[in-house]
Design a protein around this ligand. Structure first.
Ligand code: BGC
Ligand code: ZN
Length: 394
């Protein structure tokens, strides 16, 4: 028979094997809750390739809102809950014996998608999967990062320089902007001499702000659209980049395009799908439209289809969709975040408007996410960097 002492030791061991995490019950609205789940271990990844990460900051966005509203998201098979959070920033705590890429103490961010079975998945471009089912940490069929720890293989982890640690939580949204813009440029190689001058960014939230930044770093004249009347923080941030803010309350995209266009590149990220068709209509000849809004609804719209079609044909225009991002775009994202810190010092930090301390304050986090007008980035400070116990490296 087990002695009391043995039982206490067993309970203590079990406690060490557990961690706190924020989860939802997919399919049931408003079920966000704190729970204890098994703590991941370096050994969870085969062949000694595990990297255990202590989570520091995790950002939340519209996708998390939709997941908590049970409009989106699925639990991993075998579990009835999904740990949410896909915008990660953390610090390496320990690594498996066959990991040369990272050391304890490194600051990192993790990519979101994990490969399925298509050819695209097999070459590291899981963001381009043609499978019907896709795996996304914190979103679909894989647990996310709103937890004390995460473990993964080095392939899905990207280093963030220590000098960027204060804005490391922007890595994932930055990667989404990077992918869309880089894809637009690659598509436009069809033109041999494409020299875009004017860009429009539709949406002035985190993604719109970061896209504005990336396009300004590429030297374009940028007009960014939001539906709030200026001046407000976002419009000021846009102007600090030397871009123009237009409220669609004052000037429609169509009218703005007459004054400030035509736009050679348009990035639509408002979540309001009718704007896609207005954008198609005003896009410059030889122009490119990047669509990044994940619109889960069922909105219907009447559009001037002949006119849009004619404009596309006679103007050799392109429209494409872009979702997620693989590590390539996290890596170019790090470079642009670094350049941004040099060119527009302090700008990135101003995006981090609404920190929430600790996983246990998830109620506040969801409230800020769903109700606060004027929030740019709501994020959870899961742990402070100096709380991290790093095993003496080297
Ligand atoms: C995430 C992407 C993801 C997409 C669709 C977005 O909120 O940032 O990584 O691919 O949702 O699930
Ligand atoms: Zn997201």
């Amino acid at each position: 028979m087990e002695s009391t002492m043995e039982r206490t030791a067993e309970t203590a061991r079990k406690k060490n094997d557990l961690m706190k995490a924020l989860a939802v019950i997919p399919g049931k609205p408003n079920t966000i809750h704190l729970r204890e789940v098994p703590k991941p271990r370096v050994e969870d990844v085969p062949e000694g390739r595990g990297v255990l990460i202590k989570i520091l900051n995790v950002g939340v966005d519209g996708t998390d809102k939709e997941i908590n509203a049970a409009e989106y998201g699925a639990a991993p098979s075998g579990d009835d809950y999904l740990i949410i959070g896909h915008e990660s920033f953390g610090r390496v705590e320990s690594v498996g014996p066959n990991v040369g890429e990272f050391r304890p103490g490194d600051y990192v961010s993790l990519t979101v998608r994990r490969p399925g079975s298509s050819l695209y998945d097999q070459i590291g471009t899981y963001d381009m999967t043609t499978d019907d089912v896709y795996f996304e940490r914190g979103i679909n069929l894989r647990h996310g990062f709103l937890a004390e720890y995460a473990v993964d293989a080095p392939e899905y982890i990207v280093r963030v320089p220590e000098n960027l640690k204060h804005v490391g939580v922007l890595m994932e949204p930055m990667s989404v902007a990077q992918k869309a813009i880089e894809q637009a440029y690659r598509i436009q190689q069809r033109l041999r001499v494409w020299k875009p001058k004017r860009a429009a960014v539709l949406g002035a939230g985190t993604l719109g702000l970061l896209a504005t930044l990336v396009l300004r770093l590429r030297g374009l004249e940028v007009t960014t659209f939001g539906n709030t009347m200026p001046p407000y923080l976002n419009s000021k941030l846009i102007e600090e980049l030397g871009a123009r803010y237009v409220s669609t309350k004052e000037l429609s995209l169509t009218d703005a395009s007459t004054t400030y266009g035509p736009f050679d590149l348009i990035l639509e990220g408002t979540g309001y799908s009718p704007l896609v068709f207005e954008a198609m209509n005003v896009l410059a000849k030889n122009g490119v439209l990047a669509m990044v809004s994940v619109t889960g609804g069922s909105r219907q719209l009447e559009v001037p289809s002949d006119k849009i079609n004619l404009g596309f044909v006679l103007g050799n225009k392109v429209a494409f969709g872009s979702v997620n991002a693989n590590r390539e775009y996290f890596e170019t994202g790090v470079k642009d975040l670094s350049t941004a810190e040099l060119q527009y010092p302090g700008w990135l930090l101003k995006l981090l408007t609404h920190p929430v301390k600790g996983l246990e304050n998830y109620g506040e986090m969801i409230r800020l996410l769903t109700e606060t007008k004027g929030a740019i980035k709501v994020y959870c400070q899961v742990a402070a960097a100096n709380e991290t116990q790093v095993a003496a490296a080297g």
